[in-house]
Design a protein around this ligand. Sequence first.
Ligand SMILES: Nc1ncnc2c1ncn2[C@@H]1O[C@H](COP(=O)(O)OP(=O)(O)O)[C@@H](O)[C@H]1O
Ligand SMILES: [Mg+2]
Length: 510
Amino acid sequence: MNTSAEPEPGGPPAVELTGITKTFPGVVANSDVNLTVRAGEVHALCGENGAGKSTLMKILYGMQAPDSGTVRVRGEEVAFRTPAEAIAAGIGMVHQHFMLADNLTVLENIVLGAESSHGIGARARRRVLELAERAGFDVRLDVLVERLGVADRQRVEILKVLYRGARIIILDEPTAVLVPQEVEELFTTLRTMREQGFTFLFISHKLDEVRSIADTVTVLRRGTTVGTVAASEVTSRELAEMMVGTALPVPETGPSAVTDRVVLSVTELSAVEAGRPVLEDVDLSVRSGEVVGIAGVEGNGQTELVEAVMGMRPIASGRIALGERDITALGTFARREAGIGYVPEDRHRQGLLLDESLWQNRILGHQTRRPVARGRWLDRQGAKDDTRRIVEQFDVRTPGIDVDAAALSGGNQQKLIVGRELAGDPQLLIAAHPTRGVDVGAQVGIWEHLRSARAEGLAVLLISADLDELIGLSDTIRVMFRGRLVATADPRTVTPEQLGAAMTGTQEAV
Ligand SMILES: Nc1ncnc2c1ncn2[C@@H]1O[C@H](COP(=O)(O)OP(=O)(O)O)[C@@H](O)[C@H]1O
Ligand SMILES: [Mg+2]
Protein backbone atom coordinates (compact mmCIF):
# COMPACT_ATOMS: atom_id res chain seq x y z
CA MET A 1 0.00 0.00 0.00
CA ASN A 2 1.28 3.40 -0.82
CA THR A 3 0.84 5.38 2.36
CA SER A 4 3.40 7.99 1.54
CA ALA A 5 1.60 10.22 -0.90
CA GLU A 6 4.30 12.70 0.01
CA PRO A 7 3.61 16.10 -1.39
CA GLU A 8 6.36 17.09 -3.74
CA PRO A 9 8.08 20.13 -2.39
CA GLY A 10 7.59 22.84 -4.92
CA GLY A 11 4.55 21.08 -6.36
CA PRO A 12 1.32 22.98 -6.74
CA PRO A 13 -0.53 24.05 -3.61
CA ALA A 14 -3.15 21.61 -2.37
CA VAL A 15 -5.71 24.39 -2.48
CA GLU A 16 -5.64 27.86 -3.91
CA LEU A 17 -8.62 30.16 -3.51
CA THR A 18 -8.37 33.44 -5.33
CA GLY A 19 -10.64 36.44 -5.12
CA ILE A 20 -13.54 34.54 -3.57
CA THR A 21 -16.61 36.65 -2.98
CA LYS A 22 -19.89 35.37 -1.60
CA THR A 23 -22.85 37.42 -0.50
CA PHE A 24 -26.03 36.44 1.24
CA PRO A 25 -28.98 38.78 1.41
CA GLY A 26 -27.69 41.70 3.44
CA VAL A 27 -24.34 40.07 4.30
CA VAL A 28 -21.02 39.88 2.52
CA ALA A 29 -19.74 36.60 3.94
CA ASN A 30 -16.56 36.52 1.83
CA SER A 31 -15.10 39.47 0.02
CA ASP A 32 -12.18 38.92 -2.32
CA VAL A 33 -10.65 36.22 -0.11
CA ASN A 34 -7.35 34.60 -0.99
CA LEU A 35 -6.06 31.42 0.59
CA THR A 36 -3.18 29.17 -0.40
CA VAL A 37 -2.74 25.85 1.37
CA ARG A 38 0.43 23.87 0.81
CA ALA A 39 0.15 20.14 0.36
CA GLY A 40 0.90 18.25 3.56
CA GLU A 41 0.42 21.09 6.00
CA VAL A 42 -2.05 21.85 8.74
CA HIS A 43 -3.41 25.23 7.75
CA ALA A 44 -5.49 27.02 10.33
CA LEU A 45 -8.25 29.37 9.39
CA CYS A 46 -8.90 31.82 12.20
CA GLY A 47 -11.34 34.59 12.72
CA GLU A 48 -14.07 35.72 15.01
CA ASN A 49 -17.59 34.36 14.75
CA GLY A 50 -19.12 35.50 11.50
CA ALA A 51 -15.75 36.20 9.85
CA GLY A 52 -16.68 33.94 6.95
CA LYS A 53 -14.64 30.81 7.71
CA SER A 54 -17.39 28.25 7.28
CA THR A 55 -18.68 29.92 4.14
CA LEU A 56 -15.23 29.83 2.54
CA MET A 57 -14.84 26.17 3.36
CA LYS A 58 -18.30 25.34 2.08
CA ILE A 59 -17.33 26.95 -1.19
CA LEU A 60 -14.23 24.78 -1.39
CA TYR A 61 -16.36 21.76 -0.55
CA GLY A 62 -18.94 22.44 -3.25
CA MET A 63 -21.76 23.19 -0.85
CA GLN A 64 -21.99 26.78 -1.90
CA ALA A 65 -21.16 28.49 -5.15
CA PRO A 66 -19.06 31.65 -4.96
CA ASP A 67 -20.35 34.78 -6.65
CA SER A 68 -16.90 35.22 -8.09
CA GLY A 69 -13.36 33.96 -7.69
CA THR A 70 -11.53 30.80 -8.59
CA VAL A 71 -10.82 27.56 -6.80
CA ARG A 72 -7.80 25.47 -7.69
CA VAL A 73 -7.05 22.05 -6.30
CA ARG A 74 -3.53 20.78 -6.86
CA GLY A 75 -3.04 23.45 -9.45
CA GLU A 76 -6.15 22.70 -11.44
CA GLU A 77 -9.09 25.04 -11.63
CA VAL A 78 -12.33 23.46 -10.47
CA ALA A 79 -15.92 24.55 -9.95
CA PHE A 80 -17.58 22.02 -7.72
CA ARG A 81 -21.34 22.13 -7.89
CA THR A 82 -21.86 19.58 -5.13
CA PRO A 83 -19.92 18.03 -2.26
CA ALA A 84 -19.89 14.81 -4.26
CA GLU A 85 -17.73 16.52 -6.86
CA ALA A 86 -15.39 17.85 -4.17
CA ILE A 87 -15.14 14.40 -2.63
CA ALA A 88 -14.29 12.96 -6.02
CA ALA A 89 -11.42 15.45 -6.13
CA GLY A 90 -10.16 14.23 -2.75
CA ILE A 91 -11.63 16.89 -0.48
CA GLY A 92 -13.55 16.01 2.68
CA MET A 93 -15.24 18.19 5.27
CA VAL A 94 -16.19 17.50 8.85
CA HIS A 95 -18.84 20.01 9.79
CA GLN A 96 -19.25 21.83 13.05
CA HIS A 97 -22.47 19.94 13.63
CA PHE A 98 -22.04 16.29 12.93
CA MET A 99 -24.18 14.68 10.30
CA LEU A 100 -24.41 11.06 11.37
CA ALA A 101 -27.36 8.69 11.49
CA ASP A 102 -27.87 7.77 15.15
CA ASN A 103 -29.66 4.53 14.49
CA LEU A 104 -26.94 3.07 12.27
CA THR A 105 -23.71 1.49 13.34
CA VAL A 106 -20.31 3.10 13.08
CA LEU A 107 -19.44 0.96 10.07
CA GLU A 108 -22.72 1.71 8.33
CA ASN A 109 -22.29 5.42 8.86
CA ILE A 110 -18.81 5.33 7.40
CA VAL A 111 -19.56 3.18 4.41
CA LEU A 112 -23.13 3.95 3.42
CA GLY A 113 -23.56 6.41 0.65
CA ALA A 114 -20.09 5.68 -0.61
CA GLU A 115 -21.07 2.21 -1.78
CA SER A 116 -24.20 1.04 -3.42
CA SER A 117 -23.88 -2.54 -2.27
CA HIS A 118 -26.47 -4.30 -0.19
CA GLY A 119 -24.93 -5.08 3.11
CA ILE A 120 -21.34 -4.26 3.84
CA GLY A 121 -18.72 -6.69 2.79
CA ALA A 122 -15.60 -7.86 4.51
CA ARG A 123 -13.57 -5.70 2.17
CA ALA A 124 -15.23 -2.49 3.36
CA ARG A 125 -14.77 -3.53 6.96
CA ARG A 126 -11.09 -4.23 6.39
CA ARG A 127 -10.59 -0.94 4.65
CA VAL A 128 -12.24 0.99 7.49
CA LEU A 129 -10.09 -0.78 10.08
CA GLU A 130 -7.02 0.02 8.05
CA LEU A 131 -7.96 3.69 7.87
CA ALA A 132 -8.73 3.76 11.59
CA GLU A 133 -5.30 2.38 12.27
CA ARG A 134 -3.66 5.02 10.12
CA ALA A 135 -5.54 7.70 12.01
CA GLY A 136 -4.72 6.07 15.33
CA PHE A 137 -8.37 5.47 16.23
CA ASP A 138 -9.55 2.61 18.35
CA VAL A 139 -13.01 2.04 16.88
CA ARG A 140 -15.75 -0.46 17.48
CA LEU A 141 -17.43 -0.78 14.12
CA ASP A 142 -20.68 -2.43 15.18
CA VAL A 143 -21.77 -0.03 17.88
CA LEU A 144 -24.74 2.19 17.17
CA VAL A 145 -23.67 5.79 16.72
CA GLU A 146 -26.31 6.92 19.22
CA ARG A 147 -24.22 5.27 21.92
CA LEU A 148 -21.10 7.25 21.14
CA GLY A 149 -19.81 10.35 22.84
CA VAL A 150 -18.88 13.46 20.94
CA ALA A 151 -15.21 12.65 20.42
CA ASP A 152 -16.03 9.23 19.00
CA ARG A 153 -18.63 10.71 16.70
CA GLN A 154 -16.03 13.06 15.40
CA ARG A 155 -13.75 10.11 14.71
CA VAL A 156 -16.54 8.48 12.73
CA GLU A 157 -16.92 11.67 10.69
CA ILE A 158 -13.21 11.70 10.00
CA LEU A 159 -13.24 8.05 8.96
CA LYS A 160 -16.17 8.79 6.72
CA VAL A 161 -14.21 11.35 4.74
CA LEU A 162 -11.11 9.15 4.70
CA TYR A 163 -13.17 6.27 3.37
CA ARG A 164 -14.24 8.46 0.50
CA GLY A 165 -10.64 9.00 -0.38
CA ALA A 166 -10.10 12.51 0.99
CA ARG A 167 -6.51 13.75 1.04
CA ILE A 168 -7.46 17.32 1.87
CA ILE A 169 -9.59 17.46 4.97
CA ILE A 170 -11.51 20.43 6.30
CA LEU A 171 -12.31 20.40 10.02
CA ASP A 172 -14.76 23.13 10.98
CA GLU A 173 -14.16 24.08 14.62
CA PRO A 174 -13.43 20.48 15.58
CA THR A 175 -12.25 21.34 19.07
CA ALA A 176 -15.30 23.35 20.07
CA VAL A 177 -17.03 20.20 21.27
CA LEU A 178 -14.02 18.49 22.84
CA VAL A 179 -12.56 18.49 26.32
CA PRO A 180 -8.81 19.24 26.56
CA GLN A 181 -7.76 15.59 26.70
CA GLU A 182 -9.75 14.89 23.53
CA VAL A 183 -8.25 17.91 21.82
CA GLU A 184 -4.80 16.46 22.44
CA GLU A 185 -5.91 13.14 20.97
CA LEU A 186 -7.26 14.85 17.89
CA PHE A 187 -4.00 16.72 17.49
CA THR A 188 -2.06 13.47 17.71
CA THR A 189 -4.19 12.15 14.87
CA LEU A 190 -3.61 15.26 12.80
CA ARG A 191 0.13 15.08 13.30
CA THR A 192 0.23 11.40 12.40
CA MET A 193 -1.80 11.96 9.28
CA ARG A 194 0.17 15.00 8.27
CA GLU A 195 3.22 12.78 8.19
CA GLN A 196 1.36 10.54 5.81
CA GLY A 197 0.85 13.43 3.44
CA PHE A 198 -2.66 14.52 4.33
CA THR A 199 -3.48 18.20 4.19
CA PHE A 200 -5.72 19.78 6.80
CA LEU A 201 -7.72 22.94 6.92
CA PHE A 202 -8.33 23.49 10.59
CA ILE A 203 -10.85 26.12 11.66
CA SER A 204 -10.62 27.52 15.14
CA HIS A 205 -10.58 30.73 17.05
CA LYS A 206 -8.66 29.27 19.97
CA LEU A 207 -5.30 30.78 19.41
CA ASP A 208 -3.25 28.55 21.64
CA GLU A 209 -4.60 25.51 19.84
CA VAL A 210 -3.85 27.03 16.50
CA ARG A 211 -0.29 27.76 17.52
CA SER A 212 0.14 24.25 18.80
CA ILE A 213 -1.18 22.35 15.76
CA ALA A 214 -0.93 24.54 12.68
CA ASP A 215 1.99 25.08 10.33
CA THR A 216 0.42 28.12 8.76
CA VAL A 217 -2.39 30.42 9.83
CA THR A 218 -4.66 32.54 7.72
CA VAL A 219 -6.78 35.09 9.51
CA LEU A 220 -10.14 36.27 8.21
CA ARG A 221 -11.91 39.33 9.45
CA ARG A 222 -15.36 40.39 8.35
CA GLY A 223 -15.13 38.32 5.23
CA THR A 224 -11.70 39.47 4.08
CA THR A 225 -8.23 37.96 4.32
CA VAL A 226 -6.13 39.79 6.88
CA GLY A 227 -3.01 37.79 6.27
CA THR A 228 -1.21 34.47 6.32
CA VAL A 229 1.62 33.78 8.76
CA ALA A 230 3.80 30.90 9.89
CA ALA A 231 2.39 29.58 13.16
CA SER A 232 5.84 29.35 14.71
CA GLU A 233 6.51 33.00 14.09
CA VAL A 234 3.47 34.58 15.62
CA THR A 235 2.27 35.06 19.19
CA SER A 236 -1.28 34.50 20.37
CA ARG A 237 -1.56 38.19 20.98
CA GLU A 238 -0.46 39.05 17.45
CA LEU A 239 -2.96 36.60 16.05
CA ALA A 240 -5.66 38.05 18.23
CA GLU A 241 -4.78 41.50 16.97
CA MET A 242 -5.08 40.31 13.40
CA MET A 243 -8.49 38.89 14.22
CA VAL A 244 -9.93 42.01 15.81
CA GLY A 245 -8.07 44.42 13.57
CA THR A 246 -6.71 46.70 16.24
CA ALA A 247 -3.78 46.60 18.54
CA LEU A 248 -5.22 44.59 21.35
CA PRO A 249 -6.05 46.52 24.35
CA VAL A 250 -3.73 45.37 26.97
CA PRO A 251 -6.62 46.29 29.19
CA GLU A 252 -6.12 49.71 30.69
CA THR A 253 -6.93 50.24 34.29
CA GLY A 254 -8.04 53.80 33.83
CA PRO A 255 -8.27 56.27 36.67
CA SER A 256 -8.45 54.74 40.09
CA ALA A 257 -11.89 54.28 41.59
CA VAL A 258 -10.62 52.78 44.82
CA THR A 259 -12.44 53.96 47.93
CA ASP A 260 -11.79 53.45 51.64
CA ARG A 261 -14.71 51.13 52.14
CA VAL A 262 -13.50 47.58 52.62
CA VAL A 263 -15.92 45.14 50.98
CA LEU A 264 -14.14 41.85 51.40
CA SER A 265 -11.85 41.11 54.26
CA VAL A 266 -10.24 37.76 54.69
CA THR A 267 -8.28 37.33 57.89
CA GLU A 268 -5.78 34.59 58.73
CA LEU A 269 -7.53 32.12 56.52
CA SER A 270 -6.17 28.59 56.45
CA ALA A 271 -7.51 25.42 54.88
CA VAL A 272 -6.28 21.88 54.83
CA GLU A 273 -6.89 19.09 52.38
CA ALA A 274 -5.93 15.48 52.99
CA GLY A 275 -3.73 16.60 55.86
CA ARG A 276 -1.86 19.17 53.74
CA PRO A 277 -2.30 22.90 54.03
CA VAL A 278 -3.77 24.38 50.85
CA LEU A 279 -4.25 27.88 52.26
CA GLU A 280 -2.04 29.33 54.98
CA ASP A 281 -2.67 32.52 56.87
CA VAL A 282 -4.17 34.40 53.99
CA ASP A 283 -4.92 38.05 54.72
CA LEU A 284 -6.64 39.88 51.94
CA SER A 285 -8.92 42.82 51.51
CA VAL A 286 -10.72 44.28 48.55
CA ARG A 287 -12.21 47.74 48.68
CA SER A 288 -15.14 49.22 46.88
CA GLY A 289 -14.00 50.30 43.41
CA GLU A 290 -10.92 48.13 43.58
CA VAL A 291 -9.79 45.17 41.50
CA VAL A 292 -7.43 42.93 43.41
CA GLY A 293 -5.75 40.48 41.08
CA ILE A 294 -4.34 37.20 42.28
CA ALA A 295 -1.34 36.03 40.30
CA GLY A 296 0.08 32.59 40.65
CA VAL A 297 1.08 29.46 38.86
CA GLU A 298 -2.02 27.33 38.73
CA GLY A 299 -2.36 24.97 41.66
CA ASN A 300 -0.91 27.29 44.29
CA GLY A 301 -4.15 27.84 46.17
CA GLN A 302 -6.06 30.24 43.94
CA THR A 303 -8.92 27.82 43.36
CA GLU A 304 -9.04 26.97 47.05
CA LEU A 305 -9.11 30.64 48.00
CA VAL A 306 -12.08 31.26 45.75
CA GLU A 307 -13.86 28.19 47.06
CA ALA A 308 -13.25 29.27 50.64
CA VAL A 309 -14.58 32.78 50.05
CA MET A 310 -17.61 31.33 48.25
CA GLY A 311 -18.28 28.88 51.10
CA MET A 312 -17.67 25.90 48.89
CA ARG A 313 -14.76 24.58 50.91
CA PRO A 314 -14.44 24.09 54.67
CA ILE A 315 -11.74 26.15 56.31
CA ALA A 316 -9.49 25.27 59.20
CA SER A 317 -9.37 28.76 60.66
CA GLY A 318 -9.83 32.37 59.81
CA ARG A 319 -12.57 34.86 59.18
CA ILE A 320 -14.31 36.15 56.09
CA ALA A 321 -16.36 39.32 56.16
CA LEU A 322 -18.41 41.12 53.56
CA GLY A 323 -18.50 44.75 54.62
CA GLU A 324 -19.23 44.69 58.33
CA ARG A 325 -20.87 41.32 58.19
CA ASP A 326 -19.09 38.12 59.21
CA ILE A 327 -20.04 35.55 56.60
CA THR A 328 -17.66 32.82 57.70
CA ALA A 329 -20.49 30.58 58.81
CA LEU A 330 -22.78 31.18 55.85
CA GLY A 331 -23.37 28.72 53.03
CA THR A 332 -22.69 29.52 49.40
CA PHE A 333 -26.20 30.53 48.56
CA ALA A 334 -26.44 32.86 51.53
CA ARG A 335 -23.14 34.46 50.58
CA ARG A 336 -24.45 35.10 47.10
CA GLU A 337 -27.56 36.64 48.60
CA ALA A 338 -25.41 38.78 50.84
CA GLY A 339 -23.96 40.37 47.71
CA ILE A 340 -21.29 38.23 46.11
CA GLY A 341 -21.35 37.60 42.37
CA TYR A 342 -19.32 34.67 41.13
CA VAL A 343 -17.88 33.93 37.70
CA PRO A 344 -16.57 30.42 38.18
CA GLU A 345 -13.43 29.00 36.69
CA ASP A 346 -15.30 26.24 34.87
CA ARG A 347 -18.29 27.73 33.11
CA HIS A 348 -19.61 24.36 32.01
CA ARG A 349 -19.51 22.57 35.30
CA GLN A 350 -20.34 25.44 37.61
CA GLY A 351 -21.57 28.38 35.62
CA LEU A 352 -24.34 27.08 33.43
CA LEU A 353 -26.89 24.37 32.89
CA LEU A 354 -26.04 23.66 29.29
CA ASP A 355 -29.30 21.87 28.55
CA GLU A 356 -31.44 24.70 29.82
CA SER A 357 -32.48 27.87 28.08
CA LEU A 358 -30.69 31.16 28.51
CA TRP A 359 -33.48 32.58 30.62
CA GLN A 360 -33.51 29.57 32.91
CA ASN A 361 -29.79 30.01 33.29
CA ARG A 362 -30.47 33.59 34.30
CA ILE A 363 -32.31 32.20 37.33
CA LEU A 364 -29.50 29.91 38.39
CA GLY A 365 -28.17 30.96 41.80
CA HIS A 366 -30.52 33.95 41.88
CA GLN A 367 -33.81 32.19 42.38
CA THR A 368 -34.88 34.21 45.39
CA ARG A 369 -34.15 37.64 44.03
CA ARG A 370 -35.74 40.20 41.84
CA PRO A 371 -36.26 40.41 38.98
CA VAL A 372 -36.33 36.65 38.51
CA ALA A 373 -38.34 36.01 41.65
CA ARG A 374 -41.05 37.74 43.56
CA GLY A 375 -41.12 36.66 47.16
CA ARG A 376 -40.95 32.90 47.08
CA TRP A 377 -42.20 32.62 43.53
CA LEU A 378 -40.27 32.54 40.34
CA ASP A 379 -41.12 35.33 38.00
CA ARG A 380 -40.69 33.81 34.55
CA GLN A 381 -41.54 37.00 32.77
CA GLY A 382 -39.10 38.94 34.91
CA ALA A 383 -36.39 36.38 34.21
CA LYS A 384 -37.04 36.52 30.48
CA ASP A 385 -37.08 40.29 30.36
CA ASP A 386 -33.87 40.52 32.30
CA THR A 387 -32.23 37.89 30.10
CA ARG A 388 -33.13 40.01 27.08
CA ARG A 389 -31.53 42.98 28.79
CA ILE A 390 -28.32 41.00 29.40
CA VAL A 391 -28.26 39.73 25.83
CA GLU A 392 -28.54 43.31 24.66
CA GLN A 393 -26.16 44.99 27.08
CA PHE A 394 -23.51 42.30 27.08
CA ASP A 395 -23.73 41.62 23.37
CA VAL A 396 -24.53 37.93 23.79
CA ARG A 397 -24.80 36.64 20.22
CA THR A 398 -27.75 34.30 20.24
CA PRO A 399 -30.81 33.62 18.12
CA GLY A 400 -32.97 34.13 21.21
CA ILE A 401 -33.34 33.56 24.92
CA ASP A 402 -35.11 30.22 24.56
CA VAL A 403 -32.17 28.37 23.04
CA ASP A 404 -30.12 26.09 25.25
CA ALA A 405 -26.95 27.54 26.73
CA ALA A 406 -25.08 24.77 24.92
CA ALA A 407 -25.93 26.44 21.62
CA LEU A 408 -23.79 29.49 22.38
CA SER A 409 -20.09 29.83 21.73
CA GLY A 410 -17.84 29.87 24.78
CA GLY A 411 -17.44 33.62 24.62
CA ASN A 412 -21.16 34.20 24.51
CA GLN A 413 -21.74 31.78 27.36
CA GLN A 414 -19.22 33.68 29.40
CA LYS A 415 -20.82 37.04 28.59
CA LEU A 416 -24.13 35.63 29.77
CA ILE A 417 -22.56 34.52 33.05
CA VAL A 418 -20.86 37.86 33.63
CA GLY A 419 -24.13 39.63 32.85
CA ARG A 420 -26.03 37.46 35.28
CA GLU A 421 -23.45 37.86 38.03
CA LEU A 422 -23.38 41.62 37.66
CA ALA A 423 -27.17 41.79 37.74
CA GLY A 424 -28.61 42.73 41.08
CA ASP A 425 -25.65 44.93 42.00
CA PRO A 426 -23.33 42.68 43.96
CA GLN A 427 -20.87 44.36 46.30
CA LEU A 428 -18.16 41.90 45.42
CA LEU A 429 -17.49 39.98 42.24
CA ILE A 430 -15.23 37.00 42.27
CA ALA A 431 -14.03 36.48 38.73
CA ALA A 432 -11.99 33.34 38.17
CA HIS A 433 -10.33 33.36 34.76
CA PRO A 434 -13.20 35.42 33.36
CA THR A 435 -11.89 35.47 29.79
CA ARG A 436 -10.10 32.15 29.55
CA GLY A 437 -10.76 30.39 26.28
CA VAL A 438 -13.11 33.02 24.92
CA ASP A 439 -12.72 34.78 21.61
CA VAL A 440 -11.07 38.15 21.51
CA GLY A 441 -14.23 40.14 20.97
CA ALA A 442 -15.83 38.59 24.03
CA GLN A 443 -12.66 39.16 26.02
CA VAL A 444 -12.61 42.85 25.29
CA GLY A 445 -16.33 43.09 26.07
CA ILE A 446 -15.92 41.36 29.42
CA TRP A 447 -13.00 43.60 30.33
CA GLU A 448 -15.09 46.66 29.60
CA HIS A 449 -17.94 45.47 31.77
CA LEU A 450 -15.62 44.68 34.66
CA ARG A 451 -14.01 48.05 34.34
CA SER A 452 -17.24 49.97 34.33
CA ALA A 453 -18.63 47.97 37.27
CA ARG A 454 -15.45 48.85 39.15
CA ALA A 455 -15.94 52.51 38.32
CA GLU A 456 -19.36 52.23 39.92
CA GLY A 457 -17.90 50.89 43.14
CA LEU A 458 -17.82 47.15 42.66
CA ALA A 459 -15.07 45.29 44.50
CA VAL A 460 -13.51 42.63 42.29
CA LEU A 461 -11.35 39.70 43.23
CA LEU A 462 -9.77 38.63 39.95
CA ILE A 463 -7.98 35.34 39.48
CA SER A 464 -6.21 34.98 36.17
CA ALA A 465 -3.36 33.14 34.53
CA ASP A 466 -3.12 35.86 31.90
CA LEU A 467 -0.55 38.32 33.23
CA ASP A 468 -1.50 41.01 30.74
CA GLU A 469 -5.06 40.75 31.96
CA LEU A 470 -4.00 40.94 35.60
CA ILE A 471 -1.72 43.88 35.04
CA GLY A 472 -4.23 45.67 32.88
CA LEU A 473 -7.29 45.26 35.08
CA SER A 474 -6.01 45.25 38.63
CA ASP A 475 -5.46 48.07 41.07
CA THR A 476 -3.38 45.78 43.25
CA ILE A 477 -1.81 42.43 42.50
CA ARG A 478 -1.17 39.82 45.15
CA VAL A 479 1.00 36.85 44.31
CA MET A 480 0.06 33.42 45.57
CA PHE A 481 2.63 30.71 46.06
CA ARG A 482 2.10 27.40 47.86
CA GLY A 483 -1.10 28.53 49.54
CA ARG A 484 0.27 31.83 50.79
CA LEU A 485 0.12 35.38 49.57
CA VAL A 486 3.81 36.00 49.23
CA ALA A 487 4.09 39.34 47.47
CA THR A 488 2.22 42.47 46.50
CA ALA A 489 2.81 44.23 43.22
CA ASP A 490 1.79 47.54 41.76
CA PRO A 491 0.36 46.83 38.31
CA ARG A 492 1.38 50.27 37.07
CA THR A 493 5.06 49.46 37.46
CA VAL A 494 5.46 45.70 37.57
CA THR A 495 6.53 43.77 34.46
CA PRO A 496 5.25 40.33 33.50
CA GLU A 497 8.79 39.02 34.01
CA GLN A 498 8.91 40.29 37.59
CA LEU A 499 5.52 38.81 38.30
CA GLY A 500 6.62 35.51 36.83
CA ALA A 501 9.61 35.46 39.14
CA ALA A 502 7.46 36.15 42.19
CA MET A 503 5.02 33.43 41.13
CA THR A 504 7.70 30.79 41.16
CA GLY A 505 8.96 31.87 44.55
CA THR A 506 12.29 33.09 43.21
CA GLN A 507 11.66 36.67 44.21
CA GLU A 508 10.32 37.60 47.61
CA ALA A 509 8.84 41.01 47.08
CA VAL A 510 8.10 43.00 43.99
N1 LIG B 1 -26.69 30.41 4.39
C1 LIG B 1 -26.55 31.67 4.82
N2 LIG B 1 -27.51 32.59 4.64
C2 LIG B 1 -27.37 33.86 5.06
N3 LIG B 1 -26.29 34.32 5.71
C3 LIG B 1 -25.29 33.45 5.95
C4 LIG B 1 -25.37 32.09 5.53
N4 LIG B 1 -24.23 31.47 5.90
C5 LIG B 1 -23.49 32.40 6.52
N5 LIG B 1 -24.12 33.59 6.55
C6 LIG B 1 -23.60 34.84 7.12
O1 LIG B 1 -22.33 35.06 6.58
C7 LIG B 1 -21.43 35.55 7.57
C8 LIG B 1 -20.25 34.63 7.70
O2 LIG B 1 -20.69 33.42 8.28
P1 LIG B 1 -19.78 32.14 8.49
O3 LIG B 1 -19.08 31.82 7.22
O4 LIG B 1 -20.63 31.08 9.07
O5 LIG B 1 -18.73 32.68 9.56
P2 LIG B 1 -17.78 31.89 10.56
O6 LIG B 1 -17.77 30.45 10.18
O7 LIG B 1 -16.45 32.56 10.43
O8 LIG B 1 -18.35 32.10 11.93
C9 LIG B 1 -22.24 35.68 8.84
O9 LIG B 1 -22.68 37.00 8.94
C10 LIG B 1 -23.39 34.74 8.62
O10 LIG B 1 -24.52 35.15 9.33
MG1 LIG C 1 -18.33 28.76 11.27
